[in-house]
Write a protein that binds this ligand. Structure first.
Ligand code: ADP
Ligand code: MG
Length: 348
């Protein structure tokens, strides 16, 4: 199958970077997004604005594409499934359904004998009173959370009184890990035991939002290898096609935990654009469009800095960058607090 037009659901910065990578491979892109101001419309060949439940528009979108992929995980399963009847959707919709639900995702990881934080389903506020054992902890929505949204820290049992949320939306309580570090591993799987994997990336969060990523991660060899082994196991078990990211916690006793899986390209992998011969975006396109796999080669160590909210302003315009610095402006129309507006990668 030769892919001429790739359909991408979602029009944020990840979509934009996928379009840029596709262009390099002479593949045309059509973006479908429910945000009329989606920044990826500046980078794609065609942009279709519509709701994720608008069947007519979705059919029109599917008609244009040879293969369809997505840049964020919170797409209704029904939508992906409908599209999959018309055109091949990669990664498979069932993978997305599993991962978009925190409880199903963590159960799946544990079944592979891979460690996660301790967690428990919370169905009503009274449940929390018996869960002392999970405190201090974080209450998290089972679906639709990102960048720390839908998360409520609970330090002690008295804090429960202050919690005022609609439990019918589905929550889990997760025991807080005494974090030493956070890392992520990005892997692109092309088929059975056929993948390319990037070295672990060390991540620093501020206010639960990624702020810095760097390679090499300052970790020991055991964690370096184990995080890669677990990521391979997860990708193989899911029979995943495309780029996937596994986020990890390392506690103060050097124990490794999987935090979550992102069934897509990931913010921590932005540095792969400049630090490797093939970026996570290009690899994703190659895998979902059945193109040739190229062996990964690291070009340089690197550090990525996210520009959040108004932090972008000081770099817009004529600011001179050094030869080893690369500035990316996501061209978002509106600056919002806690919104990722751009990033800088520095080769080191
Ligand atoms: P999101 O889906 O918003 O990315 P995460 O579960 O990855 O949600 O949480 C965002 C960040 O919050 C993590 O990267 C970490 O810094 C912190 N965090 C989340 N859960 C825990 C936990 N159980 N223990 C310690 N820190 C946590
Ligand atoms: Mg996360």
């Amino acid at each position: 199958m030769s892919v001429i037009n790739l359909g991408i659901i979602g029009g944020g910065q990840l979509g934009s970077m996928l379009c840029e990578a596709a262009k390099k491979l002479s593949i045309k892109t059509t973006i479908y997004c429910d945000d009329v101001n989606a920044p990826a419309q500046n980078f794609c060949d065609e942009f279709i604005h519509g709701d994720y439940s608008n069947k007519e528009k979705i059919y029109k979108f599917a008609d244009k594409a040879d293969v369809i992929t997505y840049e964020f995980e919170n797409i209704p399963f029904e939508t992906l499934n409908e599209i999959n009847k018309l055109k091949l959707v990669l990664p498979k919709p069932s993978v997305n359904r599993l991962i978009q639900h925190r409880l199903a995702e963590k159960d799946f990881i544990n079944k592979l004998n891979i460690r996660t934080t301790r967690y428990v389903l919370v169905e009503k506020k009274q449940d929390l009173e018996t869960l002392q054992d999970f405190l201090p902890g974080i209450l998290k929505t089972t679906t639709l959370g990102y960048d720390g949204k839908g998360q409520f820290p609970i330090k002690k049992i008295e804090d429960i009184k202050k919690i005022n949320i609609d439990f019918s939306k589905g929550y889990i309580l997760e025991k807080l890990v005494k974090l030493k570090q956070e890392i992520s591993v990005i892997i692109t799987r092309f088929g059975n035991n056929d993948y390319e994997i990037y070295e672990p990336i060390e991540n620093t969060h501020e206010d639960q939002i990624l702020k810095f990523s760097k390679i090499p991660a300052d970790i020991n060899e055991k964690i370096f290898n184990l995080s890669k082994d677990w990521s391979i196991r997860i990708a193989e078990e899911l029979k995943y096609i495309g780029t996937l990211c596994v986020e990890f916690f390392i506690d103060r006793n050097e124990n490794l935990y999987v935090n979550e899986i992102a069934p897509r390209v990931h913010n921590s992998g932005h540095l792969t654009i400049n630090a490797y011969n093939v970026s996570q975006f290009e690899n994703h396109i190659r895998a979902v469009c059945s193109l040739k796999k190229i062996p990964l080669k690291k070009i340089s160590n690197a550090k990525m800095i996210n520009l959040i909210g108004t932090q972008i302003n000081q770099f817009k315009g004529n600011k001179k960058f050094e030869n080893n610095e690369f500035f990316y402006d996501y061209l978002k129309k509106e600056i919002k607090e806690k919104r990722k507006m751009g990033h800088i990668t520095k080769l080191i």
